[in-house]
Design a binder for this molecule. Structure first.
Ligand SMILES: Cc1cc2nc3c(=O)[nH]c(=O)nc-3n(C[C@H](O)[C@H](O)[C@H](O)COP(=O)(O)OP(=O)(O)OC[C@H]3O[C@@H](n4cnc5c(N)ncnc54)[C@H](O)[C@@H]3O)c2cc1C
Length: 175
């Protein structure tokens, strides 16, 4: 049994800490709930300037893994984020990858001011399987960076007629 970096895979402190939690719960606490690494989320932040935060699948991964599904992407420059404008730090962009049929968020990347914090908000939405439409309609305090998660989805791109059909069915299911 190997824990942490030496087992390969993403070498992050939070990954190693989750390994520890799993072992403690399964072998020491023996709560009866078997924790596992299956479907474990692997967020990361690169502390460059501005920050790069990422969670879930990149577009290319999503397209490979969901061949039968319609994948949509939304890319929005940080210059569209009110808080970024106010702090005069408008470099970068955010990008989301969405399952066009269910509206589930598959991945999110933010290169921008506090990109890791914005990514963590999206991660919580993904953990709760919250569709992007909920974030689009959420009332976030103004002018917080989170507010950008209202506007990002206006940049969703559709690919082909199949995506158009998905859009219509999603609209019907949320209206
Ligand atoms: C410069 C740097 C920056 C990083 N920044 C981040 C970051 O910002 N965010 C993030 O999530 N991750 C970051 N990481 C990665 C993170 O530090 C590792 O993923 C994490 O520490 C892995 O934990 P671990 O317990 O597997 O290994 P380690 O933390 O390396 O612990 C292994 C321990 O085993 C000990 N050891 C080794 N050989 C023996 C031996 N023969 N006998 C006894 N003890 C031994 C070592 O001394 C060490 O204390 C960074 C790593 C580096 C190098």
């Amino acid at each position: 049994m190997a824990l942490g970096d030496c087992q390969g895979g993403p070498a992050f402190t939070h990954t190693f800490y989750d390994d520890f939690r799993i072992i403690r719960a399964n072998l020491v606490d023996k709560t009866g709930f078997q924790l596992t690494t299956t479907n474990r989320m692997n967020p990361y932040v690169v502390y460059i300037d501005p920050q790069l935060g990422h969670i879930g699948r990149h577009e290319t991964e999503a397209r490979k893994q969901h061949l039968t599904k319609s994948i949509k992407t939304a890319t929005m420059p940080m210059s569209y984020v009110a808080r970024a404008l106010e702090t005069d730090e408008t470099r970068g962009l955010m990008k989301a990858v969405v399952d066009g049929e269910s509206g589930q968020i598959l991945g999110f990347t933010c290169l921008g001011i506090e990109g890791g914090e914005i990514m963590s908000i999206v991660q919580v939405a993904m953990m709760g399987e919250v569709p992007y439409t909920t974030l689009q309609q959420a009332v976030f305090a103004h002018p917080k960076l989170a507010e950008s998660l209202n506007n990002l989805w206006g940049f969703l791109k559709w690919r082909g007629i199949r995506s158009l059909c998905s859009m219509l069915s999603l609209f019907r299911s949320h209206s």
